[in-house]
Design a protein around this ligand. Structure first.
Ligand code: SAH
Ligand code: AVI
Length: 332
């Protein structure tokens, strides 16, 4: 079995892209940082701890839907297709589909965190010895090459669980769905997991856990900037804030400076007022209908939808349309 490990960019370019994004975000008003940088190895492991918290319901709900409906979901995967997961993390959810699926050409976990994707791929190869597991380290918002076996498969099926789609602005989510259509090509299927709109109390608790793991996950971004970009952030002078913005159906995460201070990052100086925040993440919540409408707008047609008993989470399957919408999505 051949294992493909691919770096999206050489490390130097990666570091300078990180530095440029951080400096752009910290000199903007209000200050912001892209959430994709949460996921260094430590951040990926902290996210895994979040998924086990009593307050963080999305993972449990999505796993329950997958376990209950795997047989129906895999019916929508064409025989001989390649399964490509965007933001594969622990691959726990893919394992449910992999156990239920009949004939897959290969499984391609794609993640920005190279350590995580390689570690998980090695475990999957042990647990599914007959499956070709072709790990790709890449930023899924950019074009990247799929392994040859995925290109040669009868069709490509995208898997985008975890409500990672909610970390995009809605226009970015539409752009990603269009990009996924182009990448997966004619006959593609896309399985998306999305967190549904619900009471503010449940949402606030999920992002303000009592054990403080979400706070650690948020602050880890500053730790990473210190380590990789020579930053001088003192972690105990910043505080994790997570609020629900009802008008925009999104949970916002911020890091608030507890005092007026000056920070050095990548050779530049950045000033903070007391109480000033860095906006680090949005986690948009959708209705089942609003996600379907977003997908339909870029050529993906609904093929199935499932929810959990509390209607907290939704898994939806889309197929590329043959008519105008599908052709539209596949235009370069
Ligand atoms: N699919 C898993 C993990 C979700 S967490 C689950 O459902 O539990 C989000 C995952 O997406 C992380 O593993 C993170 O490293 C990855 N990720 C976030 N932004 C990314 C990007 N731009 N490109 C590739 N991977 C990304
Ligand atoms: C990966 N993503 C969908 C998670 C979310 O819920 O937005 C990341 C996360 N942020 C805080 N807790 C979990």
């Amino acid at each position: 079995m051949v294992a493909l490990a691919r770096k999206a960019q050489p490390p130097e370019e990666e570091t300078s892209a990180f530095a440029a994004d951080v400096l752009r975000g910290l000199t903007a008003s209000p200050k912001r940082l892209p959430p994709k940088y949460f996921y260094d190895d430590a951040g990926s492991l902290l996210f895994e701890r979040i998924t086990e918290l009593p307050e963080y319901y999305p993972t449990r709900c999505e796993l329950a839907i997958l376990r209950a409906h795997a047989a129906e979901i895999v019916q929508l995967i064409p025989p001989g297709a390649a399964l490509i997961e965007f933001g594969s993390g622990s691959t726990k959810k893919a394992r449910i589909l992999l156990r239920a699926a009949r004939s897959l050409a290969c499984y391609v976990p794609v993640d920005i965190c190279g350590e995580m994707v390689e570690r998980e791929a090695a475990e999957l190869r042990r647990d599914f010895p007959a499956l070709k597991v072709l790990a790709v380290t890449a930023d899924f918002t950019r074009s990247f090459e799929l392994p040859a076996a995925a290109e040669a498969a009868s069709a490509r099926v995208g898997f985008f669980p975890g409500s990672t789609i909610g970390n995009f602005e809605p226009h970015e989510a539409a752009a990603f769905l269009r990009h996924a259509a182009r990448m997966l090509g004619p006959g593609a299927v896309l399985i998306v997991g999305v967190d549904l709109i619900k009471s503010a109390e449940v949402l606030k608790a999920a992002y303000n856990d009592k054990a403080g793991i979400t706070a650690k996950f948020n602050l880890n971004l500053l730790k990473r900037i210190n380590r990789e970009l020579g930053g001088t952030f003192k972690l105990d002078t910043f505080e994790h804030h997570a609020v629900y913005n009802r008008e925009r159906n999104r949970v916002e995460m911020h890091l608030a400076s507890l005092k007026r201070q000056k920070i050095k990052v990548a050779g530049e100086s950045v000033d903070f007022r007391a109480g000033e925040t860095i906006h680090t993440e949005n986690s948009y919540k959708y209705s089942a209908e609003s996600l379907a409408a977003l997908a339909r707008g870029v050529g993906w047609l609904p093929a199935g939808a499932w929810t959990d008993a509390d209607q907290y989470f939704s898994i939806q399957v889309f197929k590329l349309g043959e008519e105008r919408g599908g052709a539209e999505a596949l235009k370069t």
